[in-house]
Design a protein around this ligand. Structure first.
Ligand code: WTA
Length: 660
């Protein structure tokens, strides 16, 4: 196991950042950028906080409103309503409004499947598809407010399905294709979906992902789902249930292509996206229309400096928030061309990304540190042969990027020419909160730099008091912003408790950070019981409840261990039921069980069978001690609250044994 570096507990001073030179924006970049100087950024940022009405009145003109908004914000903590009284439609903003001018026949989506097929959809074609799909959904009984679960590979139909829902005012809930049947079912039941959109399968690492089979398993018990619409992707035979399942291509032949985008209230729900939190059950984060779409559009414009002539590639799957905001809503609202890739970065070889960047002349690449670390590990020989001269900007998201990763990305992929924007945000924030404006903000490798317009972050101690610069603490946001989450679907009381009450009056991000003398933010990662594995959020409680649902497991505690490739890896401490014995076989069985319950991303890297777990007298597992044990091989922290101090010695011995 790895030894750890600095502590991330709130209030502890952390030694100053790696002494890296700052990277000023390249002169040629600034000269053409939407925002070309730090003064311009500061002026706009100040205006966004000091004169929000003037600022947002001007900025909201970036969208087409069917009915202009009257009141900027109605804020009744924790409930916000933005652009009150306004009406618009997200699908209209992403499609219809681009048809009247030169963007009409411009590529909206350029797609490559994992086996290598290519499809291009112009705005006109995408609009046509979305209109037909909207009519298909209507025919299937979908009306505004209905929830629709989307479980698709990264194919253009995923974008089409989302925009078709938005066109009608139906609320989509996209489920990442790596999630298990049980996870799909939980989400379907939680949001009360009556329609599921899926495909016969998708391609990943050369294999077929059996999406339809998983949906069938998810719907085996009664669920309330009336219809399953199936996209033909692989052409494989899949089991179809008569009366419930139908092929989309067949159904589309029976609908016409006329469809008006329905004008919707600014606060009309746009989507629910499930994300892991500190409880055993994922939370359905609800985003609404006006504020969310504006947050996406503005951040895409200023942080990615997106221009009409760019081909923009955000590598995230549409199953994550990054895919929602920066594959679909942000870039399409701006009328940009988006690149979409179905498969895995290492298929058939680790040069797939660079091959596609050369082939399609991609201009902006937005990916995750975990991918960057993977490419670093594979070595430059996979990158060097390719012509990456079309790239002009690089982005990073999902987890802290280590300065070495940043520098490698900058030098080997950007070839020293491209600014690198490290963007910090969350499913809950809807759009990027802290990131450089590439033509304006000097970058420091490893720092997400400065807040975006309208965002008022601060670092506080456990009592909620601001900490001096250079001191580590909790990252909070002190006022509402347009693209913020509006609710946790189905449990409104949790909204206040989870985000707005621990430090009264401010939004708690769950991340630790510090600010340097220039006001730059350095995010160090989660300080709650949420882990970040390869940029994917996983709640320790979720994995624990999956483990204890196995018949041989009595108790489980899951903690994160720093991992050079994945950022963090899961380590599970498991106590078995009386009469059961731990073995390698059982470890594998438990790993399989977790993959079945949640999905392969939640599979623990290590499983340690222990006789006891460290608990307080009230029975709470002290994960803090386990974390320490995993990271440093010993426990030196406060153990006075332990019910049985002897457990520590026993555990240390067991962990020592496992490491040998
Ligand atoms: C982490 C993904 C450091 C953070 C958009 C956050 C980051 C969680 C960064 C949200 C970054 C995301 N630097 N950490 N640039 N971006 N994170 O909801 O811990 O999947 O709270 O949203 O990812 O993950 P989520």
């Amino acid at each position: 196991m790895n030894a750890t570096t600095a502590s991330t507990d709130s209030g502890t001073p952390v030694p100053s950042a790696e002494k890296c030179p700052a990277f000023p924006p390249p002169h040629e970049f600034s000269a053409r950028a939407h925002l070309g100087s730090l003064e311009d950024y500061r002026r706009l940022y100040r205006e966004s906080l000091e004169s929000p009405m003037t600022f947002w009145r001007r900025m909201s003109a970036e969208l087409d409103w069917k009915e202009p908004w009257k009141e900027l914000l109605a804020w009744d903590l924790p409930h916000a309503r933005w652009f009150v009284g306004g009406q618009l439609n997200a699908s209209y903003n992403c499609l219809d409004r681009h048809l009247a001018g030169p963007r009409c026949h411009k590529a909206a989506i350029v797609w490559e499947g994992e086996p290598g097929e290519v499809r291009t959809l112009t705005y006109r074609q995408l609009h046509w598809e979305v209109c037909r799909w909207a009519n298909l959904l209507s025919r299937s009984g979908v009306v505004d407010g209905d929830r629709v679960v989307i479980y698709l590979p990264m194919i253009p139909e995923a974008v089409i399905a989302m925009l078709a829902c938005a066109r009608l005012g139906a609320v989509h809930s996209v489920v990442f294709g790596g999630f298990s049947a049980k996870s799909i079912r939980d989400r379907i039941l939680d949001c009360g979906a009556k329609i599921v959109i899926t495909a016969d399968g998708g391609y990943r690492k050369g294999k077929i992902v059996p999406l339809k089979e998983r949906v069938n398993d998810a719907l085996e018990a009664p669920s309330g789902v009336e219809r399953v619409l199936v996209v033909r992707r692989t052409g494989e035979r899949v089991p179809m249930r008569a009366g419930r399942d139908c092929w989309v291509d067949k159904e589309l032949k029976q609908v016409d292509a006329r469809s008006e985008a329905k004008p919707l209230d600014s606060e009309h729900p746009l989507y629910i996206l499930y994300t892991s939190g500190t409880t055993g059950k994922p939370k359905g984060i609800l985003h609404t229309t006006g504020g969310y779409l504006l947050g996406c559009a503005l951040s895409t414009k200023y942080l990615f400096d997106l221009k009409d002539e760019d081909l923009f590639w955000c590598t995230a799957d549409v199953g994550w928030v990054t895919g929602h905001s920066y594959v679909v809503y942000g870039p399409l609202a701006l009328g940009a061309s988006v690149f979409l890739y179905e498969g895995s970065p290492d298929f058939p070889q680790p040069d797939r990304f660079w091959r596609m960047i050369e082939r399609y002349r991609i201009n902006i690449l937005y990916t995750a540190p975990t991918a960057i670390r993977y490419f670093m590990r594979m070595g430059e020989r996979w990158v060097e042969p390719w012509d990456l001269s079309s790239l002009r900007l690089l982005g990073s998201v999902g987890e802290p990027i280590n300065p070495e990763g940043w520098l490698w990305y900058h030098q080997k992929i950007g070839r020293g020419r491209c600014p690198v924007v490290d963007t910090w945000w969350q499913t809950e924030t809807g759009s990027v909160m802290i990131a450089p404006c590439p033509g304006a903000t000097p970058c420091k490798p490893g720092s997400a730099t400065l807040p975006f317009f309208g965002v008022d972050p601060a670092i506080v101690d456990d009592q909620g008091n601001p900490v001096p610069s250079g001191t580590h603490g909790r990252l909070v946001i002190r006022r509402p912003w347009p693209s913020m989450l509006r609710d946790i679907y189905g449990s409104p009381e949790a909204l206040r408790n989870t985000y707005w009450s621990e430090v009264p009056g401010v939004y708690l991000t769950g991340d630790g950070a510090r600010q340097d003398e220039d006001g730059y933010f350095w995010i160090t990662g989660r300080i709650d019981d949420v882990l970040n594995v390869s940029g994917h959020r996983i709640g320790t409680a979720e994995v624990e409840s999956a483990l204890v649902s196995h018949s041989k497991v009595a108790e489980a505690a899951v903690v994160g261990e720093p991992d050079p490739d994945k950022g963090e890896a899961l380590v599970a401490f498991v106590t078995l039921r009386q009469g059961e014995a731990g073995s390698e076989e059982l470890k594998n069985e438990l790993r399989r069980h977790v993959a079945q319950e949640i999905g392969a991303i939640a599979r623990p890297k290590e499983i340690l069978f222990t006789a006891t777990l460290p608990k307080t007298r009230s029975g709470k597992i002290l994960r803090r001690l386990l974390k320490e044990l995993v990271r440093s091989g010993q426990i030196e922290g406060d153990t006075t609250t332990l019910e049985d101090p002897a457990t520590v010695a026993a555990l240390s011995k067991e962990v020592g044994k496992a490491a040998d």
